[in-house]
Design a protein around this ligand. Structure first.
Ligand code: NAI
Length: 400
């Protein structure tokens, strides 16, 4: 029988390699070293490795200053991370996590090289957000040992990791990766290798439907943001969140998901967002997005929201119905278990509740009625209810 800590084909003592010393790679290296692994942080650019090592030292020093970490623990974590600029330095790793540029050709080439460099039982993971794990693995002679490990930014703080087996991944590798993530103190969820995995698929209507409500003139952005925060309980409104993420990044994710779903209207991008990107209004980082910001990133003269409660409730119902429909459809298509779908949204993007549990509060029939009314009014296939929502509503059952 397998023991709880038997992580074959990985072990808790193995060296972990991280490829790409950018935003995600340096955060993932910190997580691996915090979990006690000797860690090699590799980048082709010396300056990227230097910058990452200096950044990690700053982060750990701050934690020590704040009293959140003993000085010797911080020194231990940093001491376990070895910078590298030659791929061969990764040869002894039991697990390598790739976090380089989001380009299938470049990733496949790196995986092909790792495939010959590493021991046959070493595991190769990709942190890709939008590419197919199966396609990345296809560049290897042993695609069975390739798995997606999708961390969220900032990796040391965000608990969620989406574990994504590709079509050819050995189930034992995916299981071991999931258990390893738990041992690292993360919250792993397992999902099918489908566009956007769980979070970037299910979250699309938070932005898309909100923009649509704005485009129809139902409410302005400040009102939509206010309603989703105050009535919906979301930490940030969609427009301020898009400004924080960057409209260029958010638009690219939306567009990629839509294209990957062969232009399913449910994921259709909007002209409104395309135009703000074209204008260079990328959000807080450029001082202008949907709102204007000062140098500190504080909104300048934010417009006052309309606080009409009935209007706010209507907005929240519409966005929530679309989010719930996405979560239900992900369940219907076996993208992940109901529990993992709800965990993904609470632990990856801080939703106040899991969407399936949230749906059960008013019942599937309520959300089906909201969607059917929208579908009838708009005649747009983006509002088609998931077959699972129909079934659960018919049977007056529960989604969780
Ligand atoms: P980044 O641009 O901050 O860092 C990428 C690093 O990879 C750079 O330092 C670059 O020099 C290096 N690099 C590029 N090609 C390389 C190669 N062939 N070999 C070694 N190093 C190479 O990018 P970021 O944001 O850290 O993203 C990395 C990956 O993580 C991408 O696949 C992205 O989709 C994914 N991701 C990003 C998230 C984010 O919020 N930034 C969240 C989750 C996943």
């Amino acid at each position: 029988m397998r023991r709880r800590n038997d992580l074959w084909p990985m072990s808790q003592k193995m060296t972990v390699g991280v490829i790409g010393a950018g935003t995600m790679g340096s955060g993932i290296a910190q997580v691996a070293a915090q979990a006690g692994h000797p860690t090699v942080l590799f980048d082709t650019r010396q300056e990227a490795v230097d910058k990452a090592m200096a950044g990690l030292k700053r982060t750990l020093d701050k934690l020590v200053e704040k009293g959140k970490l003993p000085a010797e623990t911080a020194a231990g974590i940093l001491g376990r991370i070895t910078p590298a600029t030659a791929l061969k330095d990764l040869a002894g790793c039991g697990l390598v996590i790739e976090a380089i540029v989001e380009d299938l050709g470049v990733k496949r080439k790196v995986f092909g090289e790792l495939d010959t460099l590493l021991a046959p039982d070493a595991v190769l993971a990709t942190n890709t957000s939008s590419l197919s794990v199966t396609a990345i693995a296809a560049g290897c002679t042993r695609p069975g040992r390739v798995v997606g490990l999708h961390f969220f930014n900032p990796a040391p703080l965000m608990p969620l990791v989406e574990v994504v087996p590709g079509v050819a991944t050995d189930p034992r590798v995916a299981d071991a990766a999931r258990r390893l993530m738990s041992d690292w103190g993360k919250v792993p969820v397992t999902c099918k290798d489908t566009p956007g995995f769980i979070v970037n698929r299910v979250a699309r209507p938070f932005y898309g439907e909100s923009i649509r409500i704005f485009e129809e003139g139902v409410a302005d952005m400040a009102t939509i943001d206010h309603a989703l925060k105050v009535i919906g309980g979301f930490r940030m409104g969609p427009f301020e969140l898009m400004d924080l993420i960057g409209n260029d990044i958010n638009f690219t994710v939306t567009r990629t998901v839509w294209e990957s779903f062969f232009h399913d209207p449910r994921y259709r991008p909007s002209f409104t967002q395309q135009r703000v990107v074209e204008a260079g209004w990328l959000g807080r980082k450029t001082g202008r997005g949907y709102y204007a910001y000062d140098a500190q990133g504080t909104p300048v003269d934010p417009p006052a929201p309309d606080k009409d409660v009935l209007l706010g409730e209507r907005i929240v119902e519409r966005v929530l119905a679309m989010l719930i429909n996405e979560a239900v459809d992900a369940r219907f298509l076996n993208v992940a278990s109901a529990e993992d779908i709800d965990l993904a949204m609470t632990k990856g993007v801080n939703y106040p509740k899991g969407l399936l549990a949230w749906a059960d509060e008013k019942g599937a029939g309520h959300w089906l009625a909201v969607l059917e009314a929208l579908h009838a009014e708009q005649g747009d296939d983006r509002y088609r209810p998931s077959p699972l929502l129909r079934r659960v509503a018919r049977e007056a059952g529960r989604l969780r």
